[in-house]
Design a protein around this ligand. Structure first.
Ligand SMILES: C[S@@+](CC[C@H](N)C(=O)[O-])C[C@H]1O[C@@H](n2cnc3c(N)ncnc32)[C@H](O)[C@@H]1O
Length: 339
């Protein structure tokens, strides 16, 4: 990255001349969730204390930004800020007690694994034993191992060879057989209609052409197959939490610089629009239960930042790792490919 690009990465608001812009047009959003918020908000304002009002204001004001139809301009400088090389450089952190990627095990898994298990076993009417599951962007295997433990025959794919090496070691230590392959989500090295289930978790927001990844999911999944995902919503509150507090502010930082680029976060209506276009019927969407007092969250981040608590202790302290209706920050869901 050049010095100039580095400066741009530190200033996400920078905008290049219009000829360098990549225009990504998303499908019109007809859901009424954004429009229905003001009534809920008025009711909640009447009963909630001040700090909750601040949280609500952040999510409501960011909801207004999208409108019913949205044209998104992502410039090449913004896209180049994302640092996916971190998964090679810090490949030893996946299964450690500290470090950014160990949070997937201790903060994300308690929230998403029981949800996916319920979706796949009950709503998808799927008996995992022997069914073929592809985990796109599997990294060190934090989620792939959970799927294997449920009984799926799991294939994991990721561009980071070093993360895959860590994943292979850990799976064999745990006695799990998982087929790990090198590859990218936008060019999957598999034939058409190969998998019963495809998962892509905490990955789409790292890939500039995530809509091509969805096209690839549609190609490799069997008719009637289930796609499960989680990602991060692009709201003001996610900007404060994931970028300002978790990444930029040295007092609370728990992620390395440029792990996330806020402009690359994905609104649920953008994702469901692309899924629709590729023949999926989208079903449920769940978020995380909002953490308690935000001050508690900031102090937990501070402690993790200083190395005073482990990822497991951090997960317990923030206590937001339960599925809930609030999709303003993280959300997860599933979609079924038309048979
Ligand atoms: C936050 S980690 C998520 C790991 C795992 N899915 C989980 O939830 O535990 C993001 C992963 O996406 C991978 N990744 C980055 N670019 C990718 C691409 N083009 N295709 C597939 N995976 C990609 C990274 O190497 C990294 O392992």
């Amino acid at each position: 990255m050049s010095a100039l690009e580095f400066i741009r990465c530190r200033k996400p608001g920078w905008s290049p001349p219009s000829d360098t812009k990549i225009r990504i047009r998303r499908k019109a959003h007809t859901s009424s969730s954004a429009e229905s918020r003001p009534n809920e908000t008025r009711f909640i304002l009447a009963i909630f204390p001040v700090w909750k009002r601040v949280f609500l204001w952040l999510s409501v004001s960011s909801g207004k930004e999208s409108g019913n139809e949205r044209t998104r301009n992502l410039d090449t400088a913004t896209l180049s800020c994302i640092d996916n090389g971190i998964y090679d450089r810090q490949c030893d952190l996946w299964w450690s007690d500290t470090g950014f990627s160990s949070l997937l095990q201790h903060v994300s898994n308690p929230w998403r694994v029981p949800y996916f298990q319920r979706v796949l076993a009950l709503e998808g009417n799927l008996e995992p034993k022997g069914k073929l599951l592809l985990d796109i962007g599997c990294g060190g295997g934090v989620l792939a191992e959970e799927f294997a433990a449920m009984g799926f025959r799991v294939t994991g794919v990721d561009p980071s060879e070093k993360s895959l090496a860590a994943a292979r070691v850990h799976a064999s230590e745990r006695g799990l057989s998982i087929d790990y392959r090198t590859g990218s989500g936008d060019l999957l090295p598999f034939g058409n209609e190969s998998f019963d289930v495809v998962s892509c978790c905490d990955v789409l927001e790292h890939i500039h052409n995530w809509d091509v990844v969805i096209a690839e999911v549609a190609r490799v999944i069997k008719p009637g197959g289930i796609f499960v995902y989680d990602t991060i919503n692009r709201t003001l509150i996610s900007k404060v939490l994931f970028i300002t507090l978790a990444q930029d502010w040295s007092f609370t930082r728990i992620f390395p610089p440029n792990l996330h680029v806020w402009e690359m976060f994905i609104k649920p209506e953008e994702l469901s629009g692309v899924l629709d276009r590729h023949g999926f019927r989208t079903f449920d969407i769940q978020g995380t239960k909002p953490p308690g007092n935000p001050l508690k969250m900031v102090m937990a981040m501070r402690k993790y930042n200083r190395g005073r608590i482990t990822a497991a202790e951090f997960g317990k302290l923030v206590g937001g790792s339960i599925a809930g209706p609030n999709i303003d920050v993280n959300y997860m869901g599933y979609a079924i490919q038309s048979a």
